[in-house]
Each structure stands twice: as C-alpha cells, then as structure tokens.
Write a protein that binds this ligand. Structure first.
Ligand code: ADP
Length: 179
C-alpha cells in the first residue's frame, strides 16, 4: 500500500507549445482512465487568476502564485492530468511524469492558423516549437528520467501516446500497490 502522504494515483503533466495536442490527449486520457483533467488556462480564467493583458504576447498574464495556491489541494490528492503550455513554475514534487508534445512546424503552423493565430503570436509560437523551448524548460525543471518527448503529428501518434501513457499508468498502479 502507498505510504502515509503518498498519492493513491499519480499526477501527470502534459505540456508543449499551443496546438501540439495537449487538450486532445488529456481529454482522451481522462475519459479512458478516470483521471481528472486540469486545463490550467481555463482554471485560471474561471478562478480570476488572469490579470492585465500583455499586448506584446497578445494574451492575459497569469497570476502564478494564485493559481498554484488553488491547484495545491487538487494535486495533493493525485489522479490529475495537468495541461499547460509552460511548466517551470509548478512545484517539481507535484508530478510523477512529464510529457512534452512535439509537432512539425508546418503542421503546427496550419493548426494555429486554423485557430485564428496570426502575426507575432503565430510566429512566436512556431519559434517556440522550433527552439524546443518547452522541452528545454521541462528538462530544466524536472528530473531528466521523468521527462518524455512525444511526437504529436497524426491521429496515429495521438493514439499511440494514449496507449503508452495508459501502460505507464498501469505500471505505476502495480508498482504502488493500488491495483
Ligand atoms: N496528433 C494529432 N494529429 C492530428 N491532429 C491533432 C493532433 N493533436 C492535435 N491535433 C489537432 O490540432 C488542434 C490543436 O489541438 P489541441 O489539443 O487543442 O492542442 P493544445 O491543447 O496543445 O493547444 C486540434 O484541432 C486537434 O484536433
């Protein structure tokens, strides 16, 4: 059985540049495995954690301390899949594994254009993917062995990612005596 203070279910962080497929993956994982999907952007909006608008980056500024306070109780229970396009401000102890989704630039460009991104916002996000900014951020913020890069270019890759994470979850439960 898990020790005192241990989680009964793991917490998973899914990160990556906008448009790489985080929400799609998290939704499928939540449905398949009964985990709770926390879309940090949405939670921030609903709980008043978005502050003044950043004109340069064309997005609201996140009050990180406030959202971390809100998330702390949720994450301490375990069984959460956290979805956010950044990862360096979360406490390292929250996560048992971190997945960074990656998409080829041309595909990502199409996805973001379809979402209505244009100009600097579009270019910044494409550059973020080209320079693998979020992968680097994850590697700097978490133990190397828990950070995994996942290709997310096609529905087949999405399916294989869902299967791979499902298998990891099963192993975690076996290893932690919760099956
Ligand atoms: N692996 C994939 N293969 C094909 N299309 C994908 C894949 N991942 C995401 N998409 C599509 O790309 C768009 C952005 O996906 P989304 O899950 O909203 O990304 P994010 O949450 O990272 O911003 C959606 O239209 C989604 O259907």
């Amino acid at each position: 059985m898990p020790g005192v203070g241990a989680r009964n279910l793991p917490n998973i962080l899914v990160t990556g540049t906008p448009g790489t497929g985080k929400s799609t993956l998290c939704q499928q994982l939540a449905e398949a495995h009964g985990l709770q999907w926390i879309e940090v952007g949405r939670l921030a909006k609903e709980s008043g954690c978005l502050e003044e608008y950043d004109e340069e980056y064309q997005c609201p500024v996140l009050n990180e301390d406030k959202i971390l306070d809100i998330m702390e109780d949720m994450l301490s229970e375990g069984g959460k899949i956290v979805d956010y396009h950044g990862c360096d401000f979360f406490p390292e102890r929250w996560f048992d594994i971190v997945f960074v989704l990656r998409t080829d630039n041309t595909l990502l460009h199409d996805r973001l254009t379809n979402r209505g991104y244009t100009g600097k916002k579009l270019e910044d996000n494409i550059q973020c993917e080209i320079f693998q900014t979020i992968l680097e951020e994850a590697r700097e913020s978490y133990k190397e062995e828990i950070v995994h890069e996942l290709p997310s270019n096609s529905p087949e890759e999405m399916e294989s990612n869902v299967d791979r994470i499902g298998l990891w979850l099963l192993n975690w439960k076996q290893d932690n005596g919760v099956l």
